[in-house]
Design a protein around this ligand. Structure first.
Ligand SMILES: *[C@@H]1O[C@H](CO)[C@@H](O)[C@H](O)[C@H]1NC(C)=O
Ligand SMILES: *[C@@H]1O[C@H](CO)[C@@H](O)[C@H](O)[C@H]1NC(C)=O
Ligand SMILES: *[C@@H]1O[C@H](CO)[C@@H](O)[C@H](O)[C@H]1NC(C)=O
Length: 741
């Protein structure tokens, strides 16, 4: 099966700062936030209290002469770097990881926050399976990074234009896999692509820098999105596994890359690649990801760009974290002004010479007018008549072919600018592109309005005219984040009981590193070169989660991939990942490889099929007796009811949570039932006595009041929320009801 990197929507670097915690043995700077009024009265000042708290962490404190204030001051005050009393109550100090752990258990301590520029995450390795990498980019510099982690067994495989010296202490490994590709396509043409880890496309360089790019300043694309560029885990190490070539990415190569990444010692695999949904035992990504997950490696994958229609999500295996794309609070307005004065909102990252300010240009639609409207024009190669197009602004329809390539078609035909209108299917979601001529993208309704204006004006004495007004970068856009329109949607075609996508992360107009081989529009004739490019897609969302997973693993080295996933999934705001909350989730839903086998048994896979995934003999007798697919200890609850009205619509889910917060904690449940359903949770209170303790609960879901007409379906969402007052652990509950015709 040939699959492709998720449609090059195009690329970015976000200002996504993450609170991190040191996992290394050395002392690092931490900012400690205290509950101001919790100071015991025996301490005359807060500083005395802080010093005493620090002393109590020291393993030698019993032999320290605690009454001797002077000696204590000389030892301990030197560790307090600052005390804070106005905007913030607390202090900063250099602490070892053990001291941080102890400090967090003291009463009155609200949070222990690592200094931003710590080495946090530098022991972690993110494997990016993609189109390769452009190692010379600033985002991959290894300044101030320590030696390559000792556990690392990877290599820097040399090839075309990629000596083995291309790696450094940031990019610590690089490999390429093309046997599957060449077995199908014949030997690759080495003038159009590099037979090496070097990226001739841009996609892999972009995604790698999103997950773990270093801080780079100043960064921008042709002046847009100017600022500091940084990946999610700026100190984590990267390894590039190139599997995608000019004609696609092949299953056999992807599986080989998974194998190598796990053997090399990667902690996280980031995969912004997807195909169609097939049973897991036929799905190379699902099989590779299962092996990775069983070896303790976290896998995140892009959900796909087939939205906004339903059943479009890909990479749906429960052991993969499936990432959809959300918007960010920044956009690039480039509005169309029509000859009638009307303004149509649009977006663009066009950075060349603009149109003459104040001047209106002739405007035409490339489609032809029929009795019931226009036939569309996709502005495909050779479709435009230079005699009609020259010197004009051309309105083109979006379709599924490359947006930037349409701009090139218009430019070659002599057009002066392009307006790209969404179709009904694309709706109002806009993606900004780095076009090769002045161009902007408008929504479906804007496109309709422009076509109507053209029709009316063409028949009048003042022929249609327009201009595009480029407004640069706009910040603090609201509302944000929202799900990007192109982001693929559920339900999960393979396992309706497993909610997919799991989360959304920034995936619209993301600035990130870009190779020198390709211009920012991605089209061959584009001779512009930029260090960064702005792209959109779930491909850009996925590596945000990969980087976040590396940070979580650095903070909690003992957590399984499922625990990390649970930390991320159940600490979202409106489905959008929330790094700080994910660091300290309180409760997690853990899953072992045995649980996945039970899940596959209950999905009615044959033992032979299961063996294709797990590479072990499976015994399903116990699992089938024990329960159903929905009982996989997944951090969300999802059920699809067929034939509403004919049967009783009810189900139950058993879940087990592990306490990773305070030893003694009491969680109470709050249920927000999806509309038309009754949801009960038993017990309603979970009392934990130690860290690592597991407790189970049962959730029953019953449809009580939903009327559906034949052939229709409805999806209602709610949640089961556990809270101890400090942590809020939210499991979405999604009930889909389908009434057949
Ligand atoms: C350090 O002192 C505190 C109280 O001052 C005590 O609770 C703690 O057990 C001591 N730690 C060690 C390792 O002796
Ligand atoms: C390789 O690609 C180049 C550039 O497109 C082309 O000129 C050349 O003919 C191709 N070589 C082969 C063997 O196809
Ligand atoms: C598996 O097969 C059993 C028995 O035929 C059936 O009741 C159950 O619904 C099936 N489960 C799935 C997930 O298809």
């Amino acid at each position: 099966m040939a699959i492709s990197p998720n449609a090059p929507f195009t690329l970015l670097l976000s200002f996504f700062l993450v609170v991190s915690v040191s996992a290394s043995a050395e002392h690092k700077t931490f900012i400690v936030r205290v509950q101001h009024d919790a100071k015991p009265s025996i301490f005359p000042t807060h500083k005395h209290w802080y010093e005493s708290s620090l002393r109590s962490l020291s393993p030698t404190n019993t032999t320290t002469p605690v009454h001797d204030d002077k000696s204590l001051d000389s030892v301990e005050t030197s560790r307090i770097i600052h005390t804070y009393e106005t905007v913030f109550h607390g202090f900063s100090a250099k602490l070892s990881p053990l001291e941080v752990q102890k400090l967090e258990t003291l009463s009155g301590i609200i949070a222990v926050i690592p200094e931003q520029e710590s080495d946090f995450g530098s022991d972690l390795v993110i494997a990016v399976i993609d189109t390769g990498i452009w190692p010379e980019r600033q985002s991959f510099n290894d300044r101030d990074l320590g030696p390559v982690p000792i556990k690392w067994k990877g290599e820097c495989v040399a090839g075309k234009n990629f000596p083995s010296s291309s790696c450094n202490r940031k990019l610590i490994g690089a490999r390429f896999f093309c046997n599957g590709y060449e077995a199908t396509n014949g030997k690759m043409n080495e003038t159009t692509e590099y037979r090496s880890p070097r990226d001739s496309d841009g996609h892999g360089t972009h995604t790698a820098s999103i997950s773990a790019g270093r801080y780079v300043f100043p960064a921008s694309t042709l002046g847009y999105a100017r600022g500091v560029a940084a990946g999610m885990a700026p100190k984590a190490r990267l390894a590039a596994y190139k599997v995608c070539w000019n004609a696609g990415c092949y299953d056999s190569d992807i599986l080989a890359a998974f194998d190598a990444a796990v053997a090399d010692g990667a902690d996280v695999v980031s995969l912004s690649v997807g195909g169609v949904v097939v049973p897991y035992y036929l799905d190379a990504i699902a099989i590779g990801a299962f092996g990775a997950s069983a070896a303790g490696v976290f896998v995140s994958a892009s959900a796909g760009n087939g939205g906004p229609g339903g059943l479009t999500v890909t990479n749906v295996a429960p052991w993969v974290t499936t990432v959809g794309a959300g918007t960010i609070d920044r956009d690039f307005p480039a509005n169309v002004k029509l000859g009638n004065g009307k303004i149509i909102p649009g977006v663009s990252v066009y950075g060349g010479p603009g149109l003459t300010s104040g001047r209106l240009y002739p405007l035409i639609y490339a489609g032809s007018e029929g009795s019931d409207g226009y036939s569309s024009s996709l502005c495909l190669e050779g479709s435009l008549d230079p005699n009609l197009v020259k010197g004009k602004i051309i309105l083109c329809d979006r379709g599924i072919n490359s947006r930037a390539a349409k701009g090139e078609v218009v430019r070659k035909a002599g057009g002066i600018a392009m307006i790209l209108a969404n179709g009904v299917f694309d709706g109002e979601g806009l993606v900004a592109d780095c076009h090769v001529l002045p161009a902007t993208a408008v929504g479906a309704s804007g496109g309709d309005e422009i076509r109507k204006y053209i029709t009316v004006a063409s028949k009048s004495r003042s022929p249609p005219t327009a201009t595009i007004i480029f407004k640069g970068t706009r910040l603090r856009v609201r509302p944000a984040p929202v799900v990007a329109s192109f982001s693929a949607r559920g339900p999960n075609p393979e396992s309706p009981e497993i909610l997919k996508p799991d989360v959304i992360a920034p995936g619209l107009n993301i600035l990130a590193a870009w190779p020198d081989r390709v211009g920012p529009s991605g089209i061959p004739s584009d001779k512009r070169r930029t260090e960064f490019n702005i792209l959109s897609g779930t491909s850009m969302a996925c590596p945000h989660v990969s980087g976040l997973a590396a940070l979580l693993k650095a903070a909690h080295p003992e957590w399984s991939p499922a625990a990390i996933k649970s930390g991320i999934d159940d600490n979202c705001l409106y489905g959008h990942v929330h790094p700080q909350k994910a660091m300290d989730p309180g409760l997690i839903y853990d899953i072992t490889s045995y649980d996945y086998v039970d899940f596959l048994c209950n999905s009615n896979y044959t033992t032979k099929n299961i063996q294709a995934i797990t590479r072990k003999n499976a015994d399903c007798s116990g699992a089938r007796k024990a329960g159903h697919v929905g009982n996989l200890n997944y951090p969300s609850l999802s059920v699809v009811f067929q034939q509403y009205g004919k049967h009783k619509m009810s189900t139950h889910f058993i879940r087990t949570v592990t306490n990773v917060g305070d030893a003694n904690s009491v969680y109470l449940v709050t249920v927000r039932p999806p509309s038309g359903t009754l949801v009960t949770v038993q017990p309603e209170k979970l009392v934990f006595r130690r860290v690592g303790q597991k407790l189970s609960f049962l959730t029953r879901v019953e449809v009580v009041a939903v009327k559906l007409s034949p052939g229709s379906s409805r999806m209602n969402s709610g949640s089961v929320v556990w809270s101890d007052g400090k942590h809020v652990v939210t499991s979405p509950v999604i009930v889909t009801m389908q009434q057949p015709l």
